[in-house]
Design a protein around this ligand. Structure first.
Ligand code: SAH
Length: 387
């Protein structure tokens, strides 16, 4: 297979990416009844039992078959790095030996107000008691978009992840949660551009939605994109706007945006804004606009005012992310005062705007720092506590 060939719907998939229907068909091909397939889907997706030896009610011969198949397709968890703030970065080794990273981010009381699904959780007492965890998932090894401030894109695109490799991150991540935690949200904001690997990403989301499996509803899943216009339109159609959409906007004028995000040449701001206006958002939902604030580049109050004008009439909430330093650039975050002044312009105009605290930056797990590069991980590991 060509290393950069993208997964397409209808392609044969590995075991983790089989739908419940495909599992039933698989069971028939090995002389089992369809319910055996359903049973295996539930072991994998609802109970995250990825080792067939633990599937106690599945016959030994079937388990042996499964074991071989899973070994050929499923990444293994190589390391878990835990940051001082409880964020955990998972390093997964793919079967072709490349590495991808996912991040488990516990949500604190301070994160309240950033998430539209939170109120529903509070109505459900059992859920409300557990700490909500968001998992940030990767969709590509490397990335082709070349955004100047992002570590993931630095090596270019290594390859698209398969649907198995995308869903595996969620199953492995969920199995690592503490009993006091629950996986409440998925953000496709890790390494890669999810809409550039559209079919595999959508297939993995449909698996997350499955009632017999993870049962995560689409509104708990957010795709973050640099703004690939045709795929934004397609996503709107495929999920009737129910998937959360976050746009990496970063600037309100084409010159600055093109300097930061080369893709802006192909889909300049006016085209992107039209796509956002067309996105079929359900009532009371908002798009997320991400702005990585960079000292002296896009952090002026004038830029904030242009942003207000650009976003007029579009239901949005804005996340300001003071740039997380990455090794290959000299770009730096602005001072705290400048970040606050920027926020002030937006909030005064009635926009809801949050400053994102850095999560897990001591283990290189913050936005834009995921590189899947083993040496940078070793260098960045927190030093052991002194006794
Ligand atoms: N390709 C997708 C998702 C991956 S990046 C996208 O671009 O949206 C997730 C978010 O982190 C994006 O908003 C991205 O612009 C931002 N980001 C990348 N590098 C960053 C950095 N060094 N500091 C802060 N945010 C960064």
């Amino acid at each position: 297979m060509n290393a950069q060939r993208r997964f397409r719907h209808g392609d044969p998939v590995g075991p983790l990416a089989r739908t419940p229907e495909q599992w039933k068909a698989w069971a028939l091909t090995i002389g089992q009844r369809p319910f055996r397939g359903t049973q295996i889907f539930q072991w994998l997706h609802a109970r995250q039992q990825l080792d067939p030896d633990g599937m106690t009610d599945v016959p030994k011969a079937v388990r042996a078959l499964l074991k071989t198949e899973l070994e050929q397709h499923v990444p293994t968890l190589e390391r878990v790095h835990e940051a001082a703030d409880g964020t955990r970065k998972l390093v997964l080794r793919l079967t072709d030996h490349s590495a991808v990273e996912s991040v488990l981010i516990p949500m604190d009381a301070e994160d309240k107000g950033e998430d539209d699904t939170e109120l529903e959780d509070e109505q459900d007492q059992a859920c409300a008691q557990k700490q909500r965890v968001t998992e940030c998932v990767s969709t590509q090894a490397g990335c082709a978009m070349g955004c100047v401030f992002c570590a993931s894109g630095h090596p270019g695109l290594l390859r698209h992840l398969t649907p198995d490799e995308i869903i595996a991150q969620v199953l492995i991540g969920r199995a690592l949660l503490k009993p006091s935690q629950r996986l409440s949200n998925i953000v496709l904001m890790g390494m890669g551009e999810p809409l550039h690997n559209y079919d595999a990403t959508v297939h993995a989301i449909q698996l997350m939605n499955c009632q017999e499996g993870l049962a995560l509803s689409s509104r708990r899943i957010t795709i973050s994109t640099v703004g690939l216009v045709p795929q934004i339109d397609q996503l709107g159609k495929d999920f009737q706007g129910r998937i959360g959409l976050a746009i990496s906007l970063h600037a309100a004028d084409d010159a600055v945006r093109t300097r930061l995000l080369p893709i802006n040449r192909r889909y300049p701001l006016q085209m992107l804004m039209q796509a956002l206006r067309r996105y079929p958002l359900p009532p009371r939902r908002r798009l997320t606009i991400e702005i990585a604030l960079i000292d002296g580049v896009n952090d002026s109050e004038q830029m904030a005012r242009s942003l207000v004008a650009l976003l007029r009439g579009i239901p949005v909430k804005i996340n300001l992310i003071p740039l997380n330093p990455v090794p290959h650039t000299a770009l730096r975050p602005p001072s705290e005062q400048r970040v606050e002044a920027f926020q002030e312009v937006l909030t005064r105009s009635g926009l809801s705007c949050f400053i994102r605290r850095r999560r897990g930056d001591d283990i290189s797990a913050a936005c834009g720092q995921l590189a899947g590069h083993p040496t940078s991980l070793i260098r960045q590991e927190p030093s052991p506590p002194r006794s």
